[in-house]
Design a protein around this ligand. Structure first.
Ligand code: UGA
Length: 468
């Protein structure tokens, strides 16, 4: 099938490359010429596993790049809209890019097309897109608008696309549903998975994935409700972690105990310094705004956001309580990205914490496997970058772990201890076992678990004379 994908940002680029891998002919449309030139020249603008392979495989063949939206619409049976929907001041999604794309699409509709929302958009967007295309004079029989939300996580987006838990298509006509079913048939019928050149199957893959057909409004809500629910799970466990700290319980044990209930599930119950990124913060806020506008006061979501912000402050208090004053202290920081496996620092809790510590007068030396260039653009001075975790720890008063990169969970602890001025680790992602760290000679602070100290170290040295 011939498909146009509008917007070569994160979602559009991954979707375009994956549709090409399923065997479709894809035109990726963007009005940013420098982006198009970079893509045509083989550059990969985002840090995403398997994306370089897919782009190399299909660039110039099944995947072409264009700035001519009208022509791409004319040539395609389905047009996926994957342009940005940034938050406005009041937390709503700004849909002006979606609107202008909808208007332009109408110019290329000469025979039946399905226009598919792929960006995360609030409920009613498909109705608006339909109205805009109609207002531009398009024959109502020549198009349908559908919603096909994505559930891609940064870092594993290609795998998430090709091995999804489910495919949701929100269609208000059988004709549009048939086209979307056909597009995803290589996945739902399993032919993709039998190919020798398929992207490697992850653990826990649902093969073949189910396709869930709903109304377009339900599909729009499924996307917002999924992200809000996952954010709620994270805030819930962070709140439980705070109770654990007050009563001296261990949140990891609590997570194990509740997560093994299949109704609850273990995933997305990792406590830490809160969720960040370009999706959860924006989507929880947008869903809150959508609910308010529709007449429902979704206060639960306010609390989800509040707990998330508080989690960063709690971590800062933990740093202060471990080190007392922060002015002039040398701190090593591991992790700047909003999560492991990505170079993305948007709404990163790690960046928030680093900026707060700089403000308090600490000297930070940070290391991140991928996010240092972006951080340097954002914070051009006042922060030193290291070439390795050990260099970040060198001579530091304490080491802070702020992102859950896998490599940070497997550090050479002996070497780390030798590099640090004081063997103090404040771990915002619970990557290590508390007792084990004490046995390795560290004073170790984490989230939702009692601090642990090496044998023979008087607790009085650390927290107001009391063991934390
Ligand atoms: C999220 C969703 O997981 C995807 O399903 C969705 O498609 C995507 O948003 C989107 O709307 O585009 P993503 O933002 O890439 O994906 O990242 P996640 O892996 O969900 O992590 C989000 C944040 O939550 C990170 O800061 C992470 O560190 C934090 N997190 C995650 C926790 O603190 N604890 C956990 O247990 C899990």
């Amino acid at each position: 099938m011939r498909i146009a994908v509008v917007g070569s940002g994160y979602v559009g680029l991954v979707a375009g490359a994956c549709f090409a891998d399923l065997g479709h002919d894809v035109i990726l449309v963007d009005n940013d010429h420098s982006k198009l030139t970079a893509l045509r020249n083989g550059q990969v603008p985002i840090h995403e596993k398997f994306l370089p392979e897919l782009l190399t495989r299909h660039r110039g063949n099944r995947l072409t790049f264009s700035d001519d939206l009208k022509e791409a619409v004319r040539l395609s049976a389905a047009i996926f809209v994957a342009v940005g929907t940034p938050p406005t001041e009041s937390g709503e999604a700004d849909l002006s890019y979606v609107e202008s794309v909808a208007r332009e699409i109408s110019g290329g509709v000469e025979e039946y097309k399905v226009v598919v929302e792929k960006s995360t958009v609030p409920v009613y967007t498909s109705e608006w897109v339909r109205k805009i295309i109609l207002r531009s004079g398009t024959d109502p029989d020549l198009f349908d608008v559908a919603s096909n939300p994505e559930f891609l996580r940064e870092g594993t987006a290609v795998t998430d696309f090709l091995f999804p838990d489910r495919i949701v298509i929100g269609c208000d006509s059988e004709r549009s549903a048939a086209i979307l079913r056909e597009i995803y048939a290589p996945l739902t019928e399993g032919t993709y998975y039998r190919r020798s050149d398929a992207i490697p199957r992850p653990d826990r893959a649902m093969i073949p994935p189910p396709i869930i057909v709903t109304s377009s409004k339900s599909a729009e809500l499924i996307k917002h409700a999924s992200n809000a629910f996952l954010a709620m799970k994270i805030s819930f466990i962070n709140a439980v972690a705070s109770v654990c700290e007050s009563v001296g319980a261990n949140v990891n044990q609590v997570v194990h105990g509740i997560g093994t209930d299949s109704r609850i599930g273990r995933r997305f119950l990792n406590p830490g310094i809160g969720y960040g990124g370009s999706c959860f913060p924006k989507d929880v806020m947008a869903f809150r705004a959508v609910a308010r506008e529709s007449g429902y006061d979704f206060r639960l979501l306010d609390e989800v956001m509040h707990i998330n912000e508080d989690q960063r402050q709690r971590f800062l208090r933990k740093v202060r309580s471990a080190l007392w004053t922060l002015r002039g202290k040398n701190l090593g920081v591991l992790g700047l990205a909003f999560k492991g496996g990505t170079d993305d620092i948007r709404e990163s809790p790690a960046i928030f914490i680093v900026q707060a510590l700089i403000q308090e007068g600490s000297k930070i030396t940070a290391y991140d496997p991928a996010a240092m260039p972006r951080t340097q653009e954002l914070i051009p001075s006042g922060l030193t970058f290291a070439n390795s975790p050990y260099e970040a720890a060198h001579g530091a008063d304490a080491l802070l772990i702020l992102t859950e990169w896998e490599e940070f969970a497997n550090l050479d602890l002996n070497r780390l201890r030798q590099e640090l001025k004081y063997p103090i680790i404040i771990d915002g992602r619970n990557l290590y076992d508390s007792e084990g760290m004490a046995a390795e000679g560290f004073s170790y602070y984490s989230v939702g678990r009692a601090a642990s100290y090496p044998d023979g170290v008087p607790a009085a040295l650390f927290k107001n004379g009391k063991k934390a």
